[in-house]
Write a protein that binds this ligand. Sequence first.
Ligand code: S3P
Length: 171
Amino acid sequence: VRDRLGARTIVLVGMMGCGKSSVGRLLAARLKLPFVDADTEIELAANLTIQEIFARHGEPYFRAGEHRVIARLLGQGPQVLATGGGAFMNPETRKLIAESGISVWLKADFETLFERVSRRANRPLLQTPDPAGVLKRLMALRDPVYAQADVAVDSRNVPHEQVVSDVVSAL
Ligand code: S3P
């Protein structure tokens, strides 16, 4: 797999709660590649949490920073990159990913995602009176775009280790 990858980065995309960070970490260990998490890098660059960035500066500011951080990370050679759920929605970001990465969509169903995101109240977009409704609407909007990824892997009710094996076979 590493030979076929060349200098390309494996970019995990998909909804909040689909397992991008957990699967990404395991996948990187399996392939002996570095792992980077775009959300963590954004927090480091801003010296604020994602929630603080949304609260203080708003979503457009976060999205601009997210694009810059992903552009920088994609130039770093072969690695596994977990992106935030909204990153792949930006056409400019998608273009960069297509140029220097292989995108992998971790697909999951609403129930799996909602159960996972409900464990931690750290997603500003879901801090609303109707998080289930928002999650459903985001899925309807985003799934057709995630479907443009190079590879899609089912992550619903599948242990992370199995998802990692499925990604490796699909690459
Ligand atoms: C977002 C997903 C989050 C984070 C931010 C916005 C989104 O990342 O980037 O809260 O728009 O779906 P995760 O997908 O890692 O939760």
